[in-house]
Design a protein. Sequence first.
Length: 275
Amino acid sequence: MPIITLTSDYGTVDHRVAAIKGNILQLNPDCRLVDISHQIGAYNLVQTAYIIKNAYLNFPKESIHIISVDSFFHKDRKNILVKADGHYFIAADNGLLSLIFHDLKPESIYEITINNRFDDDVKFASVDIFAPVAAHLSNGGLPELIGRKIKEYKEITFQKPYFKETENIMIGEVMYVDNFGNCVTNIPRNYFEKTAVNFNNFEINIRNILLKNIHRKYTDIVTDWEKENEYHGKASAIFNEQDLLEISIYKGTNKNGANTLFGLKVGDKIYIQFE
């Protein structure tokens, strides 16, 4: 049974997500529809890329992923179908897919051309374009029948961390805040370790709070489990499952996590001083 996933910045209050599902089910009642997230921040491509990159790998090969973020229709902007890592991805050509696959070359890229038949009659790209394309693929249709092969898509890049040799300081930034208020940075483990090998100590400076250790996992901050509740609200740094530096509060939530207690938001700088 073919799987189609849905990700959007539409939320779940309005009709939009249901409209996409209804359109797909009209065209293929046998497909399975799976929601990844509809709580993406409006037009937030970095957040979308982080979520999709860490979610799609858990789905079977040949799954079809509709990504409706910053997906408004304009006849001067392409909509694209990309096959990468054995999966299909349908999105606007807004640079999002280059963020998801910054370290992976797509197998093929198609400019979706079925919208040429609609032209200005396209009112809602996710229903009028993305849904029919996904249904076509889920029914065994060939990509070549809904688009023409192209060589590239729009590319944008993440802000990368950097090291100031004159001050022995690494500067990164918060790129994502999860539902528990944990702040994921753009500092990968291998970049940190490559730098740290040349020094004896380091301090992570966050709003005048200093962290001098990076734990292997979230619960490592607890050293006495009989007094586990005493560690609630303690700050720590870890390399998460994506091997990115993450600032967290033990048992924090989106109301009292690292984002609120440290006043952190996406784009804020993180400083690591080496000695």
